[in-house]
Design a protein around this ligand. Sequence first.
Ligand code: SAJ
Length: 425
Amino acid sequence: MRDFQGLLEKIKSKKTKIGVIGLGYVGLPLALLFAQKGFKVTGFVRSDIKFKSLNKGISWLGDKDIDKALSKTILDRSLRIKITAPLDLEEQDVIIICVPTPVDKKKNPDLTDLENVGKLLSGINLKNKLIINESTVAPFTTLQIFGDIGKNYFLVCSPERVDPGNKSKEVENIAKVIGGKDSESLLLGKVLYNKILNKKVISVKSLEAAEMTKMLENTYRAVNIALINEFARLCEKCNVDILDVIKAAKSKWSFHAHYPGIGVGGHCIPVDPYYVLKLAKSFGVPMRVVQEGLIENESMPHFVFKKVLENYKKGMKVLVYGITYKKNVNDLRESSVIEFCNLLEKEGINFAVYDPFIERSKIEELGFKQGELKFVDLFVIGTDHNELEKDYLKTVGVSTIIIDGRNFFKTKRGKKIIGVGRNLM
Ligand code: SAJ
């Protein structure tokens, strides 16, 4: 029998020991929040390098506030960092799983990390523990991996919802969706998250409903970005400024603005729809809108590359500014700008890359040359980091042609600006 009441009381009095497996963009802010709210937290990592770095108060998320909070919670011992080991896991009352669920080169879902956690947990005594899967998966995955790994434990799925680099969306201020294997699991999860979140904890009817919610919200975003990318192509032909059109359309209550650009990167938006497509295929449900939307987004690096070809002349000095997947983050995962740079490389165009968030060694590891902030003939915006506001003053002269992959510039600079769905001549 499970001791539901006992665990419920422990959660309410914050006496539960919380284990967080995976301390990346999702797990680390969550572990810190639990620690800051008075829980005893153990963060589990696989690699010795991460273990050492985190214990020195250095995450690799490129977020100074997170590093500051990390040092503080390590110092006051509300957060301990450990290498993942069965005995330490067994000490926990709640185990929250925040490991990556990427796609492989062929865009097939890669559940290796999650399956490894499942195997690890099946080797410990799970009695009266609450297991929470926060990793993004398609419906039925949580049950398949964690549904039958022991006796008398509770199981919940509450997909992560973080927005890296966006200060206005700290974990505690983001509403959370939660589904349970049964009603007791759901209630325990709800009470736990209510202890740390300022926003609503929204219960859904099952683990699968929670998984499907995450799939919907991210696929919705991918498909809407694809729609606006298509409109950008049409606006160019009609000599209409897409940003004007979006601004006007936003005045309509049912229009949710998305913006065209050099492509869609990151560990969520270009990835999650492939989990949906695999599930849909298994049920013989065609999802052509999702399929075509992904193709559209993946064509954007080439769309911007053609703009370079139309403006590039041999011998031009070319600088690509920003190579991370979106602004104000140091994350390169699925970055469309890397794809774009590979196209330049293949074409034999001589260019360099500058990104305030990415050090020279990483740029060179990607096979590109580190650029400097000095005047160039062709200035390509790959990522519109906030620093661009001042950095472009060092690179854009009167004869500089700007290929603005993120429609960053609002007014004409240099010789001309070729954007995505708009030009400033
Ligand atoms: N992008 C566009 N046009 C847009 C919005 C984004 O081209 O209108 C591009 C970005 O440049 C980036 C990619 O899409 O390359 C993803 O952008 P994102 O803002 O969605 O960034 P993410 O991946 O950090 O998305 C996170 C996600 N959070 C979770 O999965 C928990 C996503 O669900 C959120 O919708 C998003 O933050 C958000 O709302 O900001």
